[in-house]
Every structure is written in C-alpha cells, then in structure tokens.
Design a protein around this ligand. Sequence first.
Ligand code: IMP
Ligand code: MG
Length: 180
Amino acid sequence: MHPDVKEIMFSESEIKNKIKELGERISNDYKECESITVVGILKGAVIFMSDLVRSISVPVFFDFMAVSSYSSSTESSGVVRILKDLDKNVESKHVLIVEDIVDTGLTLNYLINNLRNRNVVSLKVCTLLDKPSRRKVDVRIDYNGFEIPDEFVVGYGLDFNECYRNLPYIAVLKPEVYRK
Ligand code: IMP
Ligand code: MG
C-alpha cells in the first residue's frame, strides 16, 4: 500500500467485478445499437473508461472532453469551461458519458446540457463513483459503480493535486497529506 494512503475503500478486485457488471448491463441495454460513442471526461475517467470499454460487447467509438470548472480549490462553482471539445460530430450517435466521480453534479449537468444540444440519438451517463450527499443539482446517472460517503478519494484515475491517479485501487489519504 502507498505510504500516503490511510485506507483502501475499493480494492482492485472489487473494482474489476463492478466494471464487469456495468459492462454487462451496458452491453445488454445497447445490444440493438450499431455502436456507442463513449465520451471520457479527462483526465479522471481515463483508467475507468479503458477498463469499462473492454467489458462492453457492442462496438465502441472513443472520444474525450476536458473541462475545468471555475472554482476555488475544493468548491465547484458550476461555471464550466471546455478545454478540449469532442473530435467528431456526435449527431445521430448514441453517446455515453463516462465520468470518474459525480460530486456536486455541476460539471455533469453542464456536460449533459451541452451534449444534448448536438442532436444525439441518446445520451446516458456512467460514473464509477457517486457522492450523493454533496449534490447541488439533480442529475440522472444511468450506470453507477459505487455510492460513497462524503470523503475525498484518490486512485484509479482520481487525483489530489494531480497525484495518485495511478494507484490501482480507490483510497482515502492520511489527513496530513491533504493538509500539505
Ligand atoms: P462536480 O462538478 O462537483 O460533480 O465535480 C466532479 C469533479 O470533481 C470530478 O470529475 C473530479 O475531478 C472532482 N472530484 C470530486 N470529488 C472528488 C474526489 O473525492 N476525489 C477526486 N476528485 C474529485
Ligand atoms: Mg480532478
């Protein structure tokens, strides 16, 4: 275990099992579709997306968006700026947004409204983690890996100051690390 980690919330094998389950549900729900355009939200969703797509049996296209919310360090403001937009037009596509975590919901709410205006056939959301107690705006999540309490977590793509994304599990850091 990494020396900065206080506690592992979800192990590699728990994540693996959950992704298999999500992939089966998604494959079943989209089985009549020609393809799914999976839109990963950079950078946090990269690791989750790369494992998730390998458990989906329907043909998948990849695209990515990067957004930044105008905020103080920890509080999301809801005003979102697109740093990187999609490469391809998603008109007439089945779009599945893949997120690492939904916290206040402000980022996702913005993305849903933004993508909905692009004449997609369908738009759904898959997130690995959900912190419902922090929600500021109601967003519909179609596929959710784990519901978690109001704790800041890292690993498996999620960062604290850009660190710890490569940890293979989801963890809570020691309090002294967050204070640095
Ligand atoms: P929201 O707009 O408040 O829902 O913010 C979602 C974004 O905040 C996520 O995509 C993450 O980048 C970040 N975030 C929220 N909670 C955590 C956490 O516990 N660990 C790491 N990043 C988080
Ligand atoms: Mg982040």
